[in-house]
Design a protein around this ligand. Structure first.
Ligand code: HEC
Length: 260
C-alpha cells in the first residue's frame, strides 16, 4: 500500500482533471494515506507534553473529559468553561493550554502545514478525532443561544458579497452541479451536498500529499474568494463551520476523505 501511495504522489500531475482523480480514487480503494495521520493523532493525544507534562486525556470535547468517540460530529458547540462556541481546533488549543500549560501563541502559530511539510500536530489530532466519529450522525449542538447566534452569523457571512470580485461563498457554492475549471462545486446550502462535503473533512489532498482540515479548507476558500486571510480560530471561521455543520446535520461522518 505504501508503494502505491508513493507512486500516486509522484505520478500526480498538477494539471490532472477530475476524471483522472476519480481513477486514482478507485485505484486507492480503502487505502487512504490519512490512516498514518490518524495513528499519529492518537499518539499525540496520549503524549505527555508542555510544562505540566500532561496528556490530552482529560480534555473535554463536549461529551465529558476524555470522551473522543462521536465528539467531532457535534462541533462547533458551546462550552461553559470558556463561554464560547468553539470548533474542534480551538478546543484542542484550549486543552493544550489548560491541561498541558502550553503557550497558545506557540501552539496556534502554525496550525496548518505548508506544502512540502509532513503535517502538524493539530492536523493529526483533528484527523484522529474525526475518525473517532466515522459513521456517526452529524449533529452540531444548537440548544444554546450563542450556538444559534453563531449559525445566524455564519449564514450572513456565507451570503455576504465583498472583495475585488464581489464574491460571496454563495457565488460558488449556492447552485448544484456546477464546476469551476474542472473542479466540482458543492452546493453548501443543500442538505445532501453539505452533508457529503462537511462529513468528508479532514481529507487527504492527493495533489498536496497532506491531510487538510475544514479550518484549512475555509482559509483556502477565502483566498479563492480574494478576501483578506481568514484568522485561525476566529469567530468568522467558527460561524461558517457552524452554518455548514447545521446544513449537514443528519448526514453521516465519513472523514477522513480523499480529495483532489
Ligand atoms: C471563487 C469560487 C469559490 C468561492 C467564492 C468559495 N469557494 Fe469553496 N470551493 C471552491 C472550489 C473550487 C472548491 C474545490 C476545491 C478543490 O477541489 O480544490 C471549493 C471547496 C469548498 C469546500 C469543500 C467541499 C468538498 O466537497 O470537499 C468547502 C467546505 C467550501 N469550499 C466552503 C466555502 C466557503 C464557506 C466559502 C466562503 C468563505 C467558499 N467556499 C468560497 C471555490 C470557491
Amino acid at each position: 500500500m505504501i508503494t502505491r501511495w508513493c507512486l500516486l504522489w509522484l505520478a500526480f500531475p498538477a494539471w490532472a482533471d477530475e476524471g483522472v482523480f476519480d481513477q486514482y480514487r478507485d485505484l486507492m480503494g480503502d487505502d487512504n494515506p490519512a490512516i498514518f495521520v490518524i495513528d499519529e493523532g492518537e499518539e499525540f493525544w496520549y503524549q505527555s507534553q508542555g510544562p505540566s507534562g500532561a496528556t490530552l486525556e482529560a480534555c473535554d470535547l463536549g461529551l465529558g473529559a476524555g470522551v473522543t468517540r462521536g465528539a467531532y460530529a457535534q462541533f462547533p458547540r458551546y462550552f461553559a468553561d470558556t463561554d464560547r462556541v468553539m470548533d474542534i481546533e480551538t478546543r484542542l488549543i484550549h486543552c493544550m493550554e489548560t491541561l498541558q500549560g502550553r503557550d497558545r501563541t506557540v501552539t496556534a502559530a502554525k496550525p496548518y502545514s505548508l506544502r512540502g511539510d509532513f503535517g502538524t500536530e493539530l492536523e493529526a489530532l483533528v484527523t484522529w478525532l474525526a475518525a473517532e466519529s466515522e459513521g456517526v450522525v452529524i449533529a452540531p449542538e444548537q440548544g444554546h443561544l450563542k450556538e444559534r447566534a453563531m449559525y445566524a452569523l455564519g449564514e450572513e457571512i456565507f451570503f455576504y458579497r465583498a472583495g475585488p470580485h464581489d464574491f460571496s461563498c454563495a457565488t460558488c457554492h449556492e447552485q448544484s452541479d456546477k464546476r469551476i475549471r474542472l473542479q466540482q462545486l458543492p452546493n453548501l446550502t443543500d442538505h445532501h451536498d453539505a452533508a457529503d462535503a462537511y462529513g468528508s473533512w479532514p481529507a487527504y489532498r492527493m495533489s498536496q500529499g497532506l491531510v487538510r482540515t475544514m479550518g484549512w479548507r475555509l482559509q483556502d476558500c477565502f483566498r479563492q474568494q480574494r478576501w483578506p486571510g481568514l484568522t485561525f480560530g476566529s469567530e468568522v471561521s467558527i460561524a461558517l463551520q457552524t452554518y455548514m455543520a447545521v446544513n449537514a446535520a443528519g448526514g453521516i461522518m465519513t472523514a477522513p476523505g480523499l480529495k483532489r
